[in-house]
Ligand binder design. Structure first.
Ligand code: AMP
Ligand code: MN
Ligand code: MN
Ligand code: MN
Length: 287
């Protein structure tokens, strides 16, 4: 049964993270928060892993929340890092898991390379932060490194850690090439899922390039664009809605929730989308 968003009074959220990637809440704790906020439909979409889905699904069943199995796949397009959310995926799909295993290996190799650069520059000489991250995080991200840099007092905030050590132009910056968007969409479709282009307003692409990306994404079998996100400027909101309409893409409602400490990115979005945009939720069975 598909959820009819026109009948919904509560919130939905089709893009969230847990401790299996760079979120700070375990899946069951994320679901508790969703219940408190009266979220009716929740997707867990950790970066490049499906390991949290079983726990989230069970917790949602107990909480009476409709659950959508998801993942956020890291990809590259014209030298830009692009994120593709998969919704309604079968986590047992061998093609999907093979793709994710490759991404996790790239991530681990990158963290090792960043750690080597920080050591070579004699930063945090007494601590091997990369090794600590690799030992603790199933899917390591640079956010894990940033949090450790803050924890040892070498930066005030994770943003400060990126500005001083990890961001572009800093000692610990290691560029990364990712598998293509086309391959990400194919892996999601092989797992029976719908592919959603995540937070398109955040990419550093010209208007023309973003239109090209949307056209190619639709051509490769992509289904939707995130159009309802927290903190969107009115200009970005209308640009995303126009892109969805132009390329006949459905729309998704997505907080990209990572942690409760960021009140400007709360869990849950109102289900209603801009006029003329089909909710992607209608295409996801058994939610
Ligand atoms: P990774 O996937 O390993 O590149 O880590 C990405 C995470 O780090 C993202 O979820 C962002 O929250 C954060 N991040 C990446 N680049 C920056 C930056 N320049 N400033 C602040 N945070 C960043
Ligand atoms: Mn993240
Ligand atoms: Mn993302
Ligand atoms: Mn995300």
């Amino acid at each position: 049964m598909a959820y009819d968003t026109r009948l919904m009074s509560g919130l939905i959220d089709l893009h969230t993270h847990s401790t299996w990637s760079d979120g700070t809440l375990a899946p069951a704790v994320l679901v508790q928060l969703a219940m408190q906020r009266k979220v009716e439909v929740l997707a867990l979409t950790d970066h490049d892993t499906t390991l949290g889905l079983a726990e989230a699904s069970a917790a949602c069943a107990a909480a009476g929340i409709a659950f959508v199995s998801g993942v956020e796949i890291t990809a590259g397009w014209r030298g830009q890092e692009i994120h593709i959310v998969g919704l309604g995926i079968d986590p047992d799909s061998p093609a999907l898991q093979q793709h994710l295993a490759h991404l996790v290996q790239l991530r681990r190799d990158r963290i090792v390379a960043i750690g080597a650069r920080l050591r070579r520059e004699r930063r945090f000489a007494d601590r091997d932060l990369a090794a600590e991250v690799l030992a603790a995080a199933p899917v390591p991200t640079r956010m894990h490194l940033a949090r450790r840099i803050v924890a040892i007092g070498a930066a005030d905030t994770t943003q400060d850690a990126f500005d001083r050590y990890l961001g572009r132009g800093c000692v610990g910056h290691v560029p990364q090439e990712w598998p293509t968007v086309e391959a990400a969409v194919a892996a999601i479709r092989a797992a029976g899922g719908q592919a959603v282009l995540a937070h398109a307003h955040r990419y550093k692409l010209s208007g023309g390039a973003l239109r090209n990306l949307c056209a190619e994404f639709a051509g490769w079998g992509g289904s939707a664009l995130e159009v309802s996100l927290p903190g969107l400027s009115p200009g970005d909101a209308s640009r995303l809605a126009s892109l969805a309409r132009q390329h006949s893409l459905a729309g998704s409602a997505a907080s990209d929730f990572h942690e409760p400490g960021l009140p400007w990115r709360p869990l849950g979005r109102f289900a209603k989308l801009p006029d003329g945009i089909e909710p992607i939720l209608l295409r996801i069975p058994h939610v």
